[in-house]
Design a protein around this ligand. Structure first.
Ligand code: BGC
Length: 500
């Protein structure tokens, strides 16, 4: 009996100390397999990060204009996106870079307040209408397909003044805006993304207040925001599906930012799954299955009760809303950058917040190499794990990677570290494809160094450098642009690959 229990303890220790991705992939070699035929490669940007021209030609103000004008200290280097990379005027330069790299498609966003200065369709800005038409025409002339994000965080300030994403009317404001875009630009666009990264919009914008509009409402406002985001997405998707898809034959989805959460030990597997449900499931579960993940419903109800709330802080969806949201995607779209470790908590935290509601702790290892921006730790194996988890959790669905990339501070043209990042992340992606995960496209963030939100121009993620001290803002190729161009041409990450 004694021997048996000692053996159990020994096995238990072995299990608890079980390997994480670092050990599992310690001797990892970049694959010499090729990307499959038909796989597509793109690059991405977003309006506020590149357009500039913040108040030109009738554009209305949006929440990031207001945020940085009122709080310049919120930007790491005191800069803002007033001029950004001036792509409003220099978009042909950006497209020239894309052509040089040979991308299949460009993911860009439309600035809601450029097209609708007060946010509503009562007042359409003709200059903006023409600007986006010229941009799409130029892409068409260069044989570059278009993926459009309708909302990349830039809510018109006029709408924020009425409560923004906390006001239920936002569902209709957004649907009207989306419908106008389908109508105006439908023939140019191959894939639509309604909303980019609801997590950042809600939990940073309306939770801890770190992003525009800077509303602090942890554990309450952030959930209201999430509910409205999902309803707005669903309603806009339904309009597309019934009124535009039949003639346009394009597709539509929502982008969920999806980092990987790795259990610290095998005893933390449940904690890691809970975290994944709180961060990705919160948005993916509703669009695939129709409601919040059960673990969220249970946890938030439990914590809310202990905290003395009359009802759960997580607002419920009606049956009708569940039906509206369920199935509103043509493919799963994810942005992936990094990985976190997860540990179960020995003592629950009773703070009122989405982070505390998950009931687990997450952190990044000091040993992981850091890119310029703190959280950009380079953990390529996490990408493969995430992709396999998506398949396991949501089934055999098509997945499009809508963002991946890495930052530095100086924008060096000899950016070997970026080449290594791309190579390793893209290698784990090929492995996942060979394991049966149906990934069809990869989008690199970003074609040019641009305005990196609260990091200002201090976080550079481009494969082209933009010289901010030259008034002409020239775009200059970095080594990584040549590497990516070669990958696109050869479908191979190394000098030589085996044939598929
Ligand atoms: C956002 C981009 C941002 C990138 C790098 C993503 O979360 O969609 O706008 O530039 O990450 O931080």
């Amino acid at each position: 009996m004694k021997v048996f229990s000692s053996l159990l303890i020994f096995l238990g220790i072995l299990a608890i100390g079980s390997t994480d991705g670092d050990e599992e992939f310690a001797n990892y070699n970049v694959t010499n397999r090729k990307y499959p035929d038909g796989f597509k490669f793109g690059v991405a940007t977003a309006a506020y990060q590149i357009e500039g021209a913040w108040n030109l030609d009738g554009k209305g103000e949006q929440i990031w204009d207001t945020f940085f004008h009122e709080h310049p200290e919120r930007s790491n280097d005191g800069t803002n996106g007033d001029v950004a990379t001036d792509s409003y005027h220099l978009y042909k330069e950006d497209i020239r870079c894309m052509k040089e790299v040979g991308v299949d498609y460009y993911r860009l966003s439309i600035a809601w307040s450029r097209l609708l200065p007060d946010g509503t369709i009562d007042n359409v800005n003709k200059n903006a209408k023409n600007y986006y038409t010229s941009l799409f025409e130029e892409l068409r002339a260069n044989g570059i397909e278009v993926m459009v994000t309708l909302y990349h965080w830039d809510l018109p300030t006029a709408l924020e003044k009425q409560g923004g994403w906390l006001n239920p009317q936002v569902v209709d404001w957004f649907t009207d805006y989306a419908t106008l875009c389908y109508h105006l630009y439908g023939t140019y666009v191959k894939d639509w993304v309604t909303i980019n990264e609801p997590k950042q919009i809600c939990h940073v914008g309306y939770g801890d207040g770190g992003y525009a509009p800077g509303v602090r409402s942890p554990g309450v406002g952030e959930y209201t925001c999430a509910r409205h985001i999902l309803l707005a997405h669903a309603k806009a998707w339904r309009v597309f599906d019934t009124q535009y898809r039949p003639t346009l034959k394009s597709r539509n989805t929502i982008v969920v930012d999806s980092d990987w959460y790795e259990p610290a030990t095998s005893a933390d597997e449940e904690a890691a799954e809970t975290k994944l449900q709180f961060v990705h499931g919160m948005y993916m579960h509703p669009i695939v299955f129709g409601n919040w993940p059960q673990i969220m419903i249970d946890n938030v109800a439990k914590f809310s009760q202990v905290q003395g709330f009359n009802e759960s802080r997580l607002p419920a969806f009606s049956n009708e809303e569940i039906e509206l949201i369920k199935g509103t995607f043509d493919f799963i779209a994810i942005n992936h950058y990094t990985t976190y470790m997860v540990k179960a908590r020995s003592q629950p935290s009773y703070a009122v917040s989405w982070v505390a509601d998950s009931g687990v702790d997450s952190y990044q290892k000091d040993t992981w190499e850091t890119a310029a921006i703190g959280w950009f730790k380079k953990v390529p194996w996490g990408f493969g794990k995430l992709l396999r988890w998506l398949r396991k959790t949501y089934g055999d669905l098509e997945i499009v990677v809508t963002e991946n990339g890495v930052s530095d501070r100086d924008g060096s043209l000899q950016d070997q570290h970026r080449i290594e990042y791309i190579k390793n992340y893209m290698s784990h992606l090929i492995d996942a494809i060979h394991d049966g995960v149906r990934v069809t496209s990869y989008t690199l963030w970003s074609i040019i160094d641009n305005f990196e939100w609260t990091q200002g121009f201090n976080g550079k993620l481009g494969i082209y450098f933009v010289n901010q001290s030259d008034p002409n803002l020239p775009r200059i190729a970095k080594d990584s642009s040549r590497y990516y161009a070669n990958v696109i041409k050869t479908k191979c990450l190394l000098d030589q690959c085996v044939d598929n």
